[in-house]
Design a protein around this ligand. Structure first.
Ligand SMILES: [Zn+2]
Ligand SMILES: [Zn+2]
Length: 728
């Protein structure tokens, strides 16, 4: 081969492709017809002996790869919409900030369906009523309520499927088969907003302040019922009126079909896209494409929705911004709350963080003036009052089978008055551990440094960390003693106790186990709403967003568990959860009461809770954090390593410590230590913490450090970096 052809080859047009490969590099492929217009397009490329799908992030002439090793792009998917430059910039930001390679960041931000070579979902259609459909509407029997509801909805004109509620959507295929409806090209509709009520002066002022600015972070702080939701719904309406798009992030546990339905009712005609990890792949991909092509007005979703492509983003809302589910704990360990602020800034749009108990980091920024703090003081429904919170001293009122006498009495009073009571306990299963009183054996998980939980309903021991499950042993596996004892209490055991104490009452347990059944969470909540239960027993799955009209008593068992946890965020989480569950009591005309069983009635957390004084509590936590040198006064990152062999993981961390760049004292690197759950799913886990008072200095340090770590061979060890970690 002559030198000439080699020169030509090295000057070949090259597509630089991001692939889901954990290496800090892009992959070059020859693509003779590629132009810069292809940036943002998906591409099918050969990778090893397989094919992979990636995203073209650059087109260049020439490559560092030797010409003979440069392979050809198989296909650039030009028929599809491309990811816009702003979106790629956002992915680059996430990659830089969290020190995670760009390829995995981009590919994992896409819906799973777009990570493979399968064809994309068909473009949207609108559905319209046919002649036979009109006839069916007149003759269909009343009992076919769902079919009728769909036909009635279409009787006023064609409707985009994105505007249909989940129950209406579920009827589509049957109606299509019957010939009652047909698919057509989509129609442009105008979103409307139905206000629940007039905003009061305080809410109007809040909405006005947010709407008046471009980018800015507003903390909307107010108790349950103060109308935070009404304020942000009004802001969404304004964003849509001006042709903008709104992104609404909610906690995992809050995003139920009921919330989606509520949004559709408040915004008729709006093209609403839902994004969660639990939804069917095709539906998620279709929603994502609708957002990408500008066909979505509102994107409502859990943390992953922060990556939805929105070219006309005009408002970002993060509801319950303190919720732990906004932090991703694997892969790209991002905070959706923090990334939401970054997105809003680049779109020059306002961002609203809503909470009755903001995270202390957010509260700190609000107090320091970096964020605007708007506090809503008044309850929107004037007659609704805050529940009275009382502490039940277990020293004075010892618990029997987990329940203190005054709580049992209070439940009895509610039953006599035909009201509902909720017993809250954040622990699933029957008992947290099964033990042998003869030899001291406990039901430990063989794969984790944790105990297996007794689930008596299924006669199983289950590990809540790795999912390992097996039957309950008939006798102690260590000494053969047949009398094994359950220790402590979970929801199943309290359910049994309550059923024994109140034999006439209907007790309904609502937790992740009972919600897994046929009826699902919605079915259980429906039963609670229809008052088919007198006493509810539940975990945090019940704490958020569900209002039961006649629920007037909340009893909290085992609240003390959150007081002395080693994690410095435990107190803050505990307060938020207790205030949330307390908010379930007494919403309408009936005043509510909350009884918290505790051995530490004088603990400052409880004292602030009784006074409904979150601000006071947060300030005291901030004072402690400042003294102890914790975030938000310090910035942190954790380098973690896991291996089947504990020594190997720690040895990697020691090597990593030796590779750490010099920082002239700006960054403190702590010694490697096992994680608080040292073994998980058979992997031994260790970590070391890097801390700095300067975020930029920490970032510079981490960039250099991870660069060296990627070059290091780490056989038998998996490692990752967690910037702004929340779990230790
Ligand atoms: Zn034993
Ligand atoms: Zn386990």
């Amino acid at each position: 081969m002559s030198d000439d052809s080699r020169l030509n080859l090295s000057a070949a047009t090259v597509a630089r492709v991001a692939l889901d490969v954990p290496l800090p590099k892009l992959f070059d492929y020859r693509a003779d017809d590629a132009t810069r217009d292809d940036i943002g397009a998906r591409a099918v490329v050969p990778f090893g002996t397989k094919r992979a799908v990636g995203v073209v992030v650059d087109v260049a002439s020439g490559s560092d790869v030797a010409p003979e090793r440069l392979r050809r792009v198989e296909r650039i998917l030009r028929e599809e919409p491309r990811l816009p430059a702003e979106w790629l910039d956002f992915a680059r930001f996430a990659s830089d900030y969290y020190h995670e390679p760009l390829g995995p960041v981009i590919l994992n931000a896409l819906p799973p369906r777009l990570r493979g070579p399968k064809a994309l979902p068909a473009p949207p259609r609108a559905f319209a009523l046919t002649g036979p459909g009109r006839a069916a509407l007149a003759t269909l029997p009343r009992r076919n309520a769902r079919q009728r509801a769909l036909l009635e909805r279409l009787a006023h004109g064609p409707v985009d499927p994105a505007e249909l509620s989940p129950p209406e959507r579920s009827q589509l295929s049957r109606a299509l088969e019957s010939g009652w409806i047909e698919a057509r090209a989509p129609v442009a509709t105008r979103a409307r907003f139905i206000a629940a009520h007039e905003l009061n002066a305080e809410q109007r002022a809040a909405a006005g302040a947010v709407a008046a600015e471009g980018f800015g972070v507003t903390v909307l702080f107010g108790v349950t019922g103060s109308g935070k939701t009404e304020v942000y719904l009004g802001l969404i309406a304004r964003a849509l009126e001006t042709g903008g798009q709104a992104l609404v992030l909610v906690p995992e546990i809050a995003l139920t079909p009921a919330l989606e339905t509520a949004f559709r009712e408040r915004f008729p005609g709006a093209r609403l896209v839902v994004q969660t990890s639990a939804m069917p792949e095709v539906e998620r991909a279709a929603g994502w494409l609708a957002a990408l092509e500008g066909r979505a007005d509102i994107v409502l979703g859990t943390r992953l929705a922060v990556f939805a492509p929105l070219a006309r983003l005009a408002l970002v809302v993060v509801d319950e911004e303190q919720d732990a589910s906004f932090k991703q704990q694997e892969g790209l360990r991002y905070s959706a709350r923090d990334l939401a602020i970054v997105r809003a800034r680049s779109a020059k749009a306002p961002v609203v963080l809503c909470s009755a108990t903001p995270s202390v980091e957010t509260f700190h920024h609000a107090l320091s003036g970096r964020y605007r703090l708007i506090e809503l003081h008044h309850r929107a429904v004037p007659e609704a009052r805050l529940p009275a919170i009382r502490l039940l001293d277990l020293g004075a009122h010892p618990a029997r089978e987990g329940l203190a006498a005054p709580l049992v009495e209070a439940i009895g009073e509610r039953l006599a008055r035909g009201e509902q009571a909720l017993v809250f306990l954040n622990r699933r299963g029957y008992a947290p551990v099964l033990a042998c009183p003869a030899c001291g054996w406990v039901s430990g998980c063989t794969r984790c440094s944790a105990n297996m939980v007794l689930h008596l309903a299924d006669r199983e021991l289950r590990c809540h960390h790795c999912g390992l499950a097996h039957g309950v042993p008939r006798a102690c596996p260590q000494c053969g003693n047949p009398d094994l004892l359950p220790f402590g209490r979970g929801t199943q055991r309290i359910e049994t106790t309550l059923a024994e104490r109140f034999p006439k009452a209907r007790v309904l347990r609502i937790d992740r186990d009972s919600a897994r059944g046929r009826a699902g969470l919605e079915g259980l909540l429906g039963r609670a709403h229809r008052r088919e239960a007198d006493i509810l027993v539940g975990t945090q799955i019940l704490a958020k967003g569900h209002h039961f009209g006649r629920l007037t008593l909340v009893g909290v068992i085992n609240a003390d568990a959150g007081l002395f946890a080693p994690d410095y965020r435990a107190g803050e989480r505990s307060f938020a959860q207790l205030q949330q569950v307390a908010g379930r009591a007494g919403r309408a005309e009936l005043p509510g009461e909350v009884l918290i069983q505790t051995r530490y009635p004088h603990h400052p957390l409880y004292q602030s809770l009784v006074r409904h004084d979150y601000a006071g509590f947060a300030k005291s936590v901030l004072a402690e954090r400042e003294k102890a040198g914790f975030p938000p006064f310090m910035f942190e990152a954790a380098l973690r390593a896991e291996s089947r062999d504990a020594e190997r993981a720690l040895a990697f961390l020691r090597r990593a410590a030796a590779l750490a760049p010099a920082s002239e004292g700006a960054v403190t690197l702590y010694d490697p230590a096992p994680m608080s759950l040292a073994r998980l799913g058979g992997m031994e886990r260790g970590q070391m913490l890097a801390q700095s008072a300067s975020r930029p200095r920490l970032q510079i340090f981490l960039r250099e450090w991870t660069g060296r770590l990627y070059a290091e061979r780490a056989s038998g060890v998996r490692w990752h970096l967690d910037v702004d970690p929340t779990e230790f």
